[in-house]
Ligand binder design. Structure first.
Ligand SMILES: Nc1nc2c([nH]c(=O)n2[C@H]2C[C@H](O)[C@@H](COP(=O)(O)OP(=O)(O)OP(=O)(O)O)O2)c(=O)[nH]1
Length: 135
């Protein structure tokens, strides 16, 4: 029997800060870590819609998604997991601490790369910058 893959989606959420950009990292009290806003898809949910929903739920921000970023694949709790990512520009909204996320930090790309707790989340900063350079 094929093992059921857990599907999730999230975003590298960004906003303009002068000529530069800032990226949103979320702090999850459950893990005490800094990572990207993301979460599991609902049954039948389109991954891009799920990514935008997770951004809103975790950060309070509406966003306009753009280019797809590399997909993360790993095993979590003994099950294969796939996480789809997009870059997304934050538009309006405001953060309220919630069950999943108790803090959001907006940081320039280099600082975000350093602040991310897990090695596996870091390549998304450079993938985001590459997509941005390509216009
Ligand atoms: N977020 C994340 N976790 C990973 C990766 N590789 C890896 O081994 N893990 C481990 C860390 C955790 O012990 C485990 C579950 O992390 P998770 O962020 O997917 O957990 P979650 O189910 O609470 O998250 P969510 O999808 O509901 O947001 O997977 C990776 O690339 N990203």
């Amino acid at each position: 029997m094929t093992e059921q893959v857990v599907r999730a989606a999230g975003c590298v959420l960004w906003r303009a800060a002068g000529a530069d950009v800032e990226l949103a990292l979320v702090h999850r009290p459950k893990y005490d870590d800094w990572s990207w806003p993301k979460g599991k898809l609902k049954p039948g949910e389109d991954p891009l819609q799920g990514a935008v929903r997770e951004v809103l739920e975790e950060t309070g921000m509406h966003c306009v998604p753009g280019a797809a970023l590399p997909t993360a694949r790993y095993v979590a709790a003994g099950r294969p997991k796939v996480v789809h990512y997009w870059e997304a520009r934050a538009t309006v909204g405001s953060f309220e601490p919630n069950r999943e996320v108790d803090e959001v930090l907006w940081l320039p790309p280099d600082a975000a790369r350093e602040r991310l707790t897990h090695e596996w989340d870091r390549p998304l900063v450079d993938a985001f910058l590459a997509v941005r350079r390509e216009g």
